[in-house]
Design a protein around this ligand. Sequence first.
Ligand SMILES: Cc1cc2nc3c(=O)[nH]c(=O)nc-3n(C[C@H](O)[C@H](O)[C@H](O)COP(=O)(O)OP(=O)(O)OC[C@H]3O[C@@H](n4cnc5c(N)ncnc54)[C@H](O)[C@@H]3O)c2cc1C
Length: 427
Amino acid sequence: MSTATIREPERETPVLKRTDVLVVGGGSAGVAAAVAAARAGAEVTLVERYGSLGGLATGGLIALLLTLDDGRGRQVIGGLCQEATERMQALGGAFHPPAAEWGSDDPALVEKYREWGLVWGGASAHHRVRFSVAYDPEILRQVLADLVIESGVDLWLHMWGADAIVEDGRLHGVVFQSKAGRQAILADVVIDATGDADVLASAGCETERATVHPWLWFRMGGVADVDTALASGRGFFRTPNDGVVLFPWGSMAGSPKKIDPLDPRDLTFAELDCRRRVMDEVRALQSDVPGMERAHICNIATQLGITESRRLVGRSVLTREAMNVGCDEAICVTGHWTKYGAVYAIPYSCLLTREIPNLLAAGRMISVDHRVHHATKEIPACIAVGQAAGRAAVLALAHGGDATAVDVGVLRRRLSEDGALLDYFET
Ligand SMILES: Cc1cc2nc3c(=O)[nH]c(=O)nc-3n(C[C@H](O)[C@H](O)[C@H](O)COP(=O)(O)OP(=O)(O)OC[C@H]3O[C@@H](n4cnc5c(N)ncnc54)[C@H](O)[C@@H]3O)c2cc1C
């Protein structure tokens, strides 16, 4: 037998089910896509490789919605993101500035919300209070599960999307790997919300790849005096939970080596390296920071913080030149978490592939350039884009699943009816 490659035997793969809309990946974008499609009346199947929903927004402990506004006090993202925020608040798991304070440059208010991780950007910026949200990731996990179940989505956990089934230029479904072996789910429309564009790549769509520094967020509990501890300037944030603080990286130094997030060898290195740095940092905090002597690790993210990996090169690519320019085909408008008054209108064509008409992208892998990605990768934008992908998929069903045939005017009207805010450049 050759040691370079092996030939796998041909096999029959059982079909688990067929569905109108198949969403692969249950992160913030995938959940939004599945819920939006199910609420619009489609039969929807959502498949996630891990045991719970939310992706980086829960498993990655990225417990900050940055941001729902334009940086000048105007809300630009509503819809499912707003709904999830309200549901988390009702469960005591979210905190954000009241509307009356959005856009304020009062230094005391800016400082107050900076301590929550809700104000970012360079020292020279004229900082303002944002409509951003600090939340408890366990509460978001539950809210996402509630949304999925209530909307009638057929949820499958612990199944890994392995292979796209492409024939005659059309995606017929996806083969999943699980403890039950390999099983196929057939669908009229597929939404890739895997973050890493796994389905797109397997279907032969053009993508681009990035190498990144890995991060590992963690939370510490039992902080006796959060005010005193914050004064140490060690770069952590308040959270909605008493005595619990959030560390937005694995160590003060971070991991020095860029990795390929699609290479298991690199991922293994990053998991071990980041975890060791977290443990070193925890020991240093306990010994150096007044108020943290008896603090303990609450949890370390179970998912590495990977900002970018593989992105679609789609029917259009949103570039920096589109900043603050309106677009008739926009399905989402998003602000920028470090910039004030930097707004992008994301066109529907950034969700569409050039190769496969019944396949849509949602979340951090949509078709944008590296710089725009800083804005469109944020959780509120991922939810808004996911919601649009779900709505579009249902409209595509009337065209035999062809998402390129969707009337974008109708899609925009439906999204507005569902609470999306699309009139930013019109008013
Ligand atoms: C270090 C870091 C800091 C960040 N800071 C912030 C911040 O402060 N605020 C903010 O709003 N955003 C922030 N972001 C961005 C944001 O967290 C992510 O871009 C966003 O959560 C991505 O959502 P998503 O649904 O597109 O992808 P993901 O959250 O990656 O979800 C993808 C889902 O698909 C699943 N999946 C993957 N492959 C498969 C497969 N083959 N089969 C089945 N399931 C699969 C995964 O398990 C996961 O659940 C940050 C990101 C990083 C990495």
